[in-house]
Design a protein around this ligand. Structure first.
Ligand code: MTE
Ligand code: MO
Length: 374
């Protein structure tokens, strides 16, 4: 069984599939920490976790406009070191809410296929410049990444990002070897993974084996025939994956983490405290989080905890808190949250009109019903 060598995992992680292993953080504790502890950070694996020996590990750089190079971890660490805060979110986060409108295909993620960490590594830009790549090199459009995890026919996990993001001096794309100040754990890409801040999790390739500078996108299944959005009227008989762009930057999203659906809560001074996260892709900072406790008649503005980076370089998430008033004698309270980012984009009200067959980009208002303990 190729999964026998997978690492041990924190018992509190909530599995959505075991082989491959996919699990999320318990929602109730997700907003406890601005930096999600690495052992509780959601895991999204498509294949068995590869066994990598640091003594023989190398990442290969090749392709158009670069001289081929192989770098071991020690050589990689000679480039200038940077630490950034970046949220990693799966395109399918919150799929379980969309699927209630009409079934979709994919892992049944709740609201915690997202986490925020500090990542330390070297800039992809610096490595590519050292390999001889010039800005605006003709014939170069994408940078492809291959993982060292492979399917039974030895095809690796792969993804790509546009060259503009890869080479942007402020794009902060890292070849990262530390998460939250410690070497990467096996589940999160030991020894080296790509961090593409502001971009969907799928492009943040773990167990990095190869970097290929190219005129073309990765031809992997996950770049070409998955992780794309479609019209609510597109079904599995009519879908043409080549007609839609691969997801890169993600739209604005938020969720209530605590209390969770169905919790019984006793109000204090007639109020209940709510906590959650909000985030937007592309470096768009969260500027406001709105919460309603009466189906939108009244909206309160939440208190935000976030870093100071400016638009469009705000890669980390925002945690928020809000105390909502409970009407006298209420037995239940339904609360909704939506966030607004620095381009004033906000979330759709419901899932019906953003429904898509893969259940990605599932960012409608998050609605939670709480039982009131009087
Ligand atoms: N990289 C490799 N090599 N193999 C994978 O299966 N999964 C991707 C990405 N990188 C994946 C990968 C997906 S879809 C996501 S959402 C993120 O890793 C999840 O990162 P995490 O497991 O560290 O949370
Ligand atoms: Mo993902």
């Amino acid at each position: 069984d190729p999964y026998d060598a997978d690492p041990r995992r924190h018992p509190a992680l909530q599995p959505r599939s075991l082989k491959p292993y996919n699990a999320e953080t318990p929602l109730k504790i997700l907003a406890d920490n601005f930096f999600t502890p690495s052992d509780l950070f959601f895991v999204r694996n498509h294949l068995p976790v590869p066994e990598i020996d640091l003594a023989s590990y190398e990442v290969e750089i090749e392709g158009v406009g670069v001289k081929s190079m192989k770098l071991n971890l020690e050589q990689l660490k000679k480039f200038p070191k940077f630490t950034i805060t970046s949220t990693v979110q799966c395109s399918g986060n919150r799929r379980s809410e969309m699927t209630k409108v009409k079934p979709v295909k994919g892992l049944d993620w709740g609201q915690a296929a997202i986490g925020n960490a500090s990542w330390t590594g070297v800039r992809l830009r610096d490595v590519l410049l050292a390999a001889g790549l010039k800005d605006d090199q003709p014939g170069v459009e994408h940078v492809q990444f291959e993982g060292l995890d492979t399917d039974p026919s030895m095809h690796p996990y792969g993804a790509s990002i546009p060259i503009e993001k890869a080479m942007d001096p402020k794009g902060d794309v890292l070849l990262a070897f530390e998460m939250n100040g410690e070497p990467l754990t096996r589940d999160h890409g030991f020894p080296v993974r790509v961090i593409v801040p502001g971009v969907t999790g799928a492009r943040n390739v773990k167990w990095l084996g190869k970097v290929i500078v190219s005129g073309k996108e990765s031809d992997s299944h996950w770049q070409q025939n998955d992780y794309k959005g479609f019209s609510p009227s597109t079904d599995w008989d009519t879908v043409d994956f080549s007609s839609a762009p691969a997801i890169q930057e993600l739209p604005v999203i938020s969720a209530i983490c605590d209390p969770v659906q169905g919790d019984k809560v006793k109000p204090v001074d007639g109020k209940i405290p709510l906590r959650g996260y909000a985030w937007s892709g592309g470096g768009r900072k969260i500027v406001r989080v709105d919460v309603t406790w009466d189906q939108g008649k009244t909206w309160g503005v939440a208190k935000l905890e976030q870093e100071s980076n400016k638009h469009p370089y705000h890669w980390g998430w925002t945690l928020w808190t809000m105390e909502v008033p409970v009407p006298p004698n209420a037995k239940k309270l339904e609360v909704w949250v939506k966030a607004v980012d620095s381009t004033y984009n906000t979330q759709p009200e419901g899932f019906a009109n953003i429904w898509n067959l893969r259940g990605v980009l599932s960012n409608a208002y998050h609605r939670v019903t709480i039982d009131i303990n009087t």
